[in-house]
Design a protein around this ligand. Structure first.
Ligand code: NAD
Ligand code: UDP
Length: 316
């Protein structure tokens, strides 16, 4: 292609995808945002529609597609447990058939392709924190398996297309990321707790709240993704991307109550099946390869996310 690079962002209408589209446009690329709006929303990208470098394509990646682009970012897949468990067969199809379709395009066009993999490939980890060398502890037949095993199979496909066909692949294992444009009803912990706190409704802690997660602010994550895509062709990953600051879910609830000044009470609900007990990325590989470490502390990121939800909820 002549002149500007054209980049395909599959899942560009979602939470992370919309931030990535914005960043790529800011960096001077043309962007084709592909989405079937299964969990994403046009509201996430409405502000980009007038940009002449931005194009929207409604498509489901489980079906083949033919467009001419210079690079592909694959973020298409429901990410919240409630959403990916809603139609588990479609979730696996999206990860596996979607990967085959987009890898086929990358092979035909001889272009680099990024895969948004996940910390879920480590399952309920018995190694802590999780380095990329850890193979994981995943239930193959549980309610989270459609997502975990789908993403694991997608990784397999990415590395086989690389070894067998020479496709330039870049695989990031993304740990819990939060920020503006999370769907208020997608059931993930940060959005749930913030929305509950802002409405002064009960904060729902699943289990005793001692399970841990490590939360990365969206801008930090997008920066890591771009850095990975800009590495030389021999850098394939997988690379962990996430913030290694680890919190119990109870601590998260307390911080959100503090920052919002909410009068919500904490209430307990049963812990979902196969809910990982601990999760924290070892990011030494990202630090070394990408010179990347997250910059935004939890309080600051929560503040920005709370401002976003405050505005969104007051419009409804
Ligand atoms: P999201 O649900 O907001 O975005 C996913 C997007 O993909 C949505 O716009 C959805 O409509 C679209 N989509 C789903 N199935 C599709 C299909 N078959 N064809 C075309 N589009 C489809 O979730 P997100 O948090 O933005 O996650 C983006 C990616 O990052 C996902 O692949 C997810 O697995 C991965 N990831 C996210 C996190 C996180 O904490 N946010 C952590 C690990 C991995
Ligand atoms: N969680 C919770 N209350 C909620 C939503 C989630 O206690 O309202 C817990 C959930 O059981 C898990 C953690 O928060 O232990 C993170 O959940 P999330 O769905 O955000 O992502 P996961 O990391 O499990 O994929």
């Amino acid at each position: 292609m002549i002149g500007k690079k054209t980049i395909l962002v599959a899942g560009g209408g979602g939470f992370l995808g919309s931030h990535l589209c914005e960043r790529l446009l800011d960096d001077g690329a043309d962007v084709i945002c592909l989405d079937n709006f299964y969990t994403g929303s046009k509201d996430n990208i409405r502000h980009l529609l007038p940009n002449p470098g931005f194009e929207l394509m409604r498509h489901d990646i489980t079906w083949p597609l033919y467009v001419e682009v210079d690079a592909i970012y694959n973020l298409a897949c429901p990410a919240s447990p409630i959403h990916y468990q809603h139609d588990p067969i479609q979730t696996t199809k999206t990860s596996v058939m979607g990967a085959i379709n987009l890898l086929g395009m990358a092979k035909r066009l001889r272009i680099p392709i990024f895969q948004a993999s996940t910390s879920e490939v480590y399952g309920d980890p018995s190694v802590h924190p999780q380095p990329e060398s850890y193979w994981g502890n995943v239930n193959p037949i549980g309610i989270r398996s459609c997502y975990d095993e789908g993403k694991r199979c997608a990784e397999t496909l990415f590395f086989d297309y690389h070894r067998q066909l020479g496709v330039e692949v870049k695989v990031a294992r993304i740990f819990n990321t939060y920020g503006p444009r999370m769907h208020p009803n997608d059931g993930r912990v940060v959005s749930n707790f913030i929305v509950q706190a802002l409405k002064n409704e009960d904060i729902t802690i699943y289990g005793d709240g001692s399970q841990t997660r490590s939360f990365c602010y969206v801008n930090d994550l997008i920066d890591g993704i771009i850095r990975l895509m800009n590495t030389p062709p021999d850098v394939t990953g997988p690379v962990n991307l996430g913030n290694p600051q680890e919190f119990t879910i109870l601590e998260l609830a307390e911080r959100i109550l503090e920052v919002t000044g909410s009068s919500s009470k904490i209430t307990r609900k049963p812990l979902p099946q196969d809910d990982p007990a601990r999760r924290r990325p070892d990011i030494s590989e990202a630090a070394k390869l990408l010179e990347w470490t997250p910059k935004v502390p939890l309080e600051e990121g929560l503040g920005k996310t709370i401002d976003y939800f405050n505005k969104t909820l007051s419009k409804k």
